[in-house]
Ligand binder design. Structure first.
Ligand code: HEC
Length: 135
C-alpha cells in the first residue's frame, strides 16, 4: 500500500534529475568571453596592479606571452599561481578577493568582456571558467 503510493513520486524525481542534469553542466562551464567579472572589479584590480605588481611587472607581462601559456587553461590554475607565488617578494599576502580583482584586471587588459557578476575566488567557480581570447 505505502510502497505503491510512493512509486509515482520517485519516478517524477528521477525524471526531474534526468532533465536538470544537462542544464546544470551546460551552465557551469564558461569561458572568459562570457562576462565572468565586473568592470568595477577590474578597476580595483588595476589599482592593486599599480600598487603591488607594477614594481616588477609591465602590463605587457599580462597579455601576449601570458595568454600564450594560459590559453584554454582553467582560470583556477592561473589564480593558483598568482595567489600562491605573487607578489614574488611576499607571496599570498593579498586577500582572495584581491587576487580575484587582479585576475579580473588581467582578463580586462586581454579584451575579455566584463559582465554582471563579480569573479569569485573559489576553486569551484574558477575551475569552470576557461581562459579564452577572441580570435
Ligand atoms: C618582487 C617582484 C614581483 C612582484 C612584486 C610581482 N611579481 Fe609576478 N613575477 C615575478 C617574477 C620574477 C616572475 C617570473 C617568475 C617565474 O617565472 O617563475 C613573475 C611571474 C608572474 C606571472 C607569470 C606566472 C606564470 O607561470 O605564467 C604572473 C601571472 C605574475 N607574476 C603576476 C603577478 C601579479 C598579479 C603580481 C601582483 C600581485 C605580481 N606578479 C607581483 C616578480 C614579481
Amino acid at each position: 500500500m505505502r510502497a505503491s503510493f510512493l512509486k509515482p513520486a520517485i519516478g517524477l524525481l528521477f525524471a526531474a534529475a534526468l532533465v536538470s542534469q544537462p542544464e546544470v553542466a551546460a551552465a557551469q562551464i564558461r569561458s572568459t568571453l562570457d562576462g565572468v567579472y565586473t568592470d568595477e572589479q577590474a578597476r580595483r584590480g588595476a589599482q592593486l596592479n599599480r600598487d603591488v605588481c607594477s614594481e616588477c611587472h609591465y602590463d605587457e607581462d599580462f597579455t601576449d606571452v601570458l595568454m600564450m601559456s594560459w590559453a584554454e587553461a582553467p582560470a583556477n590554475a592561473l589564480y593558483q599561481v598568482i595567489s600562491t607565488q605573487m607578489p614574488e617578494d611576499n607571496p599570498g599576502s593579498l586577500a582572495p578577493e584581491q587576487y580575484a580583482d587582479i585576475l579580473a584586471y588581467i582578463f580586462k587588459v586581454n579584451g575579455m568582456p566584463p559582465g554582471p557578476k563579480a569573479l569569485e575566488p573559489t576553486d569551484e567557480v574558477l575551475r569552470n571558467i576557461i581562459i579564452r581570447q577572441k580570435q
